[in-house]
Design a protein around this ligand. Structure first.
Ligand SMILES: C[S@@+](CC[C@H](N)C(=O)[O-])C[C@H]1O[C@@H](n2cnc3c(N)ncnc32)[C@H](O)[C@@H]1O
Length: 161
């Protein structure tokens, strides 16, 4: 959970955040707990996982979270995020197709990845450019508090506008 929570440091104040494929709540619920200034939409297609997520939201009395049952590609008309996050959902090329449209031309994707992050960026570079990535970089979060910090691929979209 801490490996997810540290990624919240990369998210601007009061941002609208969509977490794609939240599953049991990672990383989205950790952001909601650590950063009450954020508004979170947890996008998850499986009903039983959405039921679980809603139970946790109720139990923890989180007021900054909406659980949205959908596949990411069908959520485009309903979600307009400043930042889209994801962990363990898909390889970067496909993940970019699922996440980048949700910022509607301006924002960031933060994909929590493992040691192969740089390799994934290289493999997906064509797709990323086609989808409108201005800049893609591998950043490390939590180096000051974790033995094994978290590797994140940050994709910026519409930086100049
Ligand atoms: C391996 S789980 C990871 C869950 C959580 N992010 C984590 O790190 O523990 C992948 C999740 O992505 C969801 N998922 C798969 N395809 C998706 C899509 N097209 N849009 C949104 N969620 C999707 C699955 O239902 C599943 O809950």
């Amino acid at each position: 959970m801490l490996n997810c929570a540290v990624v919240a440091d990369l998210i601007p104040q009061a941002a609208e955040v969509a977490d794609v494929g939240s599953g049991a709540g990672l990383p989205g619920l950790t952001f909601a707990i650590a950063r009450p200034d954020l508004r979170l939409t947890l996008i998850e297609p499986l009903e039983r996982r959405c039921i679980w997520l809603n139970e946790v939201v109720d139990d923890l009395e989180l007021e900054n979270v909406t659980v949205f049952r959908s596949r990411a590609e069908q959520a485009i008309d309903h979600v307009n995020a400043d930042v889209v996050t994801a962990r363990a959902v898909s390889a970067l090329g496909n993940l970019a197709r699922l996440t980048m449209p949700l910022v509607h031309g301006h924002g960031e994707v933060l994909a929590i990845k493992g040691r192969s992050a740089a390799e994934e960026v290289q493999k997906a570079s064509k797709v990323l450019r086609k989808l409108g990535a201005d800049r893609t970089e591998v950043v490390i979060a939590g180096a000051d508090i974790l033995d094994e910090p978290t590797t994140v691929v940050r994709i910026s979209i519409g930086r100049s506008s």
